[in-house]
Design a protein around this ligand. Structure first.
Ligand SMILES: [Mg+2]
Ligand SMILES: [Zn+2]
Length: 263
């Protein structure tokens, strides 16, 4: 398992290089990109919370869940993974098995395949506050790992005793919209400038996607999942955040999102 994981991480690192290569070789001028959030946008669950739910109810204390607002998702998942390993013998293999079983958002796998199709002019990315292990396990289990040009998320590793360890992507203090461990907007800016993309689609559901959505330019497209956190925030008449991008699509599943996208 450890060997498989290390191989996968090596592939992931290669994937990053490949994305930069294909962008520079392809003269990305004229190309488009789609950046996806992961939790509740690709997978129809919150991956961190669903792993927390593997703990018996006696361990799911207010103290554990208070870590999320106080210290962020990385602190929460790190603590949950430690408890699962120490007290319930759940190692990375067992956690990975659970992650692989989580359901996709209806229609999202077809959408990903359509956007990345052979004649597509579009590069696909994930920008997520989940982690490298959860995302790569899930994408591989659903046969869509090869569709992405790059994945930007918190790194993960497996300790010698089999425990999964998640670390912060970065330590940032320039952006108040984002948690200290990962600013989605800065990642999006970096990917756009590396690829000189003429148009960007950003697909997300949560308030942690707002920073990225606010970086979109006038001609870009924000695709916000209907009925979730960010939809409520963007449709709040009193505190509606200002966006530069002129195109906002609200969607419920991969099918109705595909219908709305320009062909
Ligand atoms: Mg999300
Ligand atoms: Zn930010």
């Amino acid at each position: 398992m450890l060997r498989d994981f290390l191989l996968k991480m090596a592939r992931s690192a290669l994937g990053q290089r490949r994305s930069m290569c294909s962008i520079s070789n392809g003269g990305a001028k004229g190309r488009e990109m789609a950046a996806f959030d992961f939790d509740l946008t690709i997978v129809d669950r919150d991956s961190d919370t669903s792993v927390g739910q593997l703990l018996p109810s006696t361990e799911r204390t207010a103290e554990l869940f208070d870590l999320i607002p106080k210290c962020g998702w990385v602190a929460f998942i790190q603590h949950a993974l430690q408890l699962l390993h120490q007290k319930y013998s759940m190692d990375a293999v067992a956690v990975g098995r659970h992650i692989r079983s989580l359901p996709p958002v209806p229609g999202i796998l077809r959408l990903l395949r359509q956007l990345a199709g052979h004649h597509s002019n579009m590069d696909l990315f994930i920008v997520s506050d989940s982690n490298c292990f959860f995302i790569s396990e899930w994408l591989e289990a659903h046969g869509v790992d090869h569709l992405f040009a790059g994945i930007y998320t918190n790194p993960a590793s497996i300790a010698a005793d089999g425990r999964l360890i998640v670390s912060p992507y970065e330590e940032q203090n320039h952006c108040e919209l984002c948690p200290v461990n990962l600013c989605k907007g800065r990642i999006l800016d970096k990917v756009i400038s590396m690829g000189n993309y003429k148009r960007v689609l950003y697909i997300g559901d949560g308030c942690n996607d707002l920073c990225a959505v606010q970086r979109l330019r006038a001609n870009d497209i924000a695709c916000i999942r209907r009925g979730y956190e960010l939809h409520r925030k963007l449709t709040n008449a009193h505190h509606r955040p200002q966006l530069t991008c002129n195109h906002i699509f609200f969607w419920s599943n991969g099918h109705d999102l595909y219908e709305q996208l320009p062909k």
